[in-house]
Design a protein around this ligand. Structure first.
Ligand SMILES: Nc1nc2c(ncn2[C@@H]2O[C@H](COP(=O)(O)OP(=O)(O)OP(=O)(O)O)[C@@H](O)[C@H]2O)c(=O)[nH]1
Ligand SMILES: [Mg+2]
Length: 334
């Protein structure tokens, strides 16, 4: 049931009770940077930390959304032991370039019709709002809220392989990189950047020519990254990213991806790597918030023109950037 307007104090309670309208409203407040959004997040945070966060990234058009739709369907058909209801799924699609509505985020075949009527699936698309850096912070908060709201699985789709996408993907516990045949040079690009962040690699569009050679190229990169010796020496095992082939449009190969995702989660738990990653992630969050707040405090205390004057002195080489910072900080509370 939806609360009446003005009942915002109970928004987080309504979210916890499963009210999707309240959840959508809270996410908008978070995206808008409202203090209500942060208050809601504070209320939801203690309930979080249970969802399996799965990042899906890769070059444009490789079939990520189609795969996400298929994965959502697959998770919805899994009922864990000791439970009466299947896994619930939250989907966050981050697209900095093209603002789109919920209906457009999923691929051709799996439209809202198949997922939208399902109360166990919640879809949120995040259009571009300012810089990517800000987007990655907001996305983190949105994902945190969905985690607190109680979804079992969170699928987070980002496009591309830039630093911001990698950051967003790293906020996930399991990262899937989706490739497609015929992106020869892209395999190179991915090798340089995002491959290290990949826990599972997928070559989608298996029906297109060149799929086998893309698969081979990626398997070779993985081999190079994980030499046999390291595998043998590592204690508690090491996760070697599987390279899988799918045809997301038809749903082929999707169950293997689901198995790999669940296998990766087991590995994270068994090895303790999951706890270490979560700790690293949260530490980085705290540090980023600290930097942001300290910078805001500093600039609010600097007299008008001081910063510009200091920069001018750096530009004319009268002082180094470090000296400028030191001098700007003189007199600031320690
Ligand atoms: N041939 C073929 N086409 C596919 C397959 N999976 C998806 N597609 C098509 O590829 C196109 C892009 O699919 P999307 O799922 O939107 O890809 P995406 O990676 O999410 O795209 P962006 O979010 O724009 O980067 C659509 O026309 C899909 O129908 C597949 O297995 N085979
Ligand atoms: Mg997409």
């Amino acid at each position: 049931m939806s609360p009446s307007p003005g009942a915002k104090a109970n928004l987080a309670e309504d979210v916890l009770a499963g009210d999707r309208w309240a959840l959508a409203r809270l996410l908008s407040q978070i995206e808008d940077g409202d203090t209500e959004g942060q208050e809601g997040l504070i209320a939801l945070f203690p309930h979080g930390g249970r969802a399996h966060r799965i990042g899906i990234t890769g070059p444009p058009g490789t079939g990520k959304s189609t795969l996400v739709g298929r994965l959502a369907q697959a998770f919805r058909s899994i009922t864990p032991n000791g439970r009466a209801t299947p896994l619930t799924v939250g989907i966050v699609a981050v697209d900095p370039s093209s603002p789109f509505t919920g209906g457009a985020i999923l691929g051709d075949r799996i439209r809202m019709g198949e997922l939208a009527g399902d109360p166990g699936v919640f879809i949120r698309s995040m259009a571009s709002r300012g810089a990517l850096g800000g987007l990655s912070r907001t996305t983190g908060d949105v994902v945190e809220a969905l985690d607190g709201a109680g979804f079992d699985v969170l699928l987070i789709e980002t496009v591309g392989a830039g630093q911001a996408e990698v950051d967003i993907a790293r906020a996930a516990q399991s990262t899937i990189v989706v490739e497609a045949p015929g992106l020869g040079d892209d395999v190179q690009a991915i090798k340089a950047g995002i491959l290290e962040a990949a826990d599972i690699l997928v070559v989608n569009k298996a029906d297109l020519p060149g799929a086998d050679s893309t698969l081979r190229a990626l398997r070779m990169s993985v081999e190079l990254g994980y030499p046999r010796m390291a595998r043998a020496e590592a204690e508690g095992g090491v996760w070697v990213p599987p390279v899988l082939m799918t045809q997301a449009l038809k749903g082929e190969g999707v169950s293997e991806v689901v198995d790999a995702i669940r296998g990766h989660r087991e590995y994270l738990e068994r090895s303790g790597e999951g706890t270490r990653r979560e700790r690293r992630r949260l530490q980085a969050e705290v540090e980023a918030c600290l930097r942001e707040q300290l910078a805001a405090r500093l600039s609010s205390q600097l007299p008008d023109g001081r910063l510009e004057a200091a920069v001018a002195d750096v530009v004319t080489r009268r002082q180094t950037p470090r000296q400028a910072a030191d001098r700007l900080l003189v007199g600031m509370p320690r």
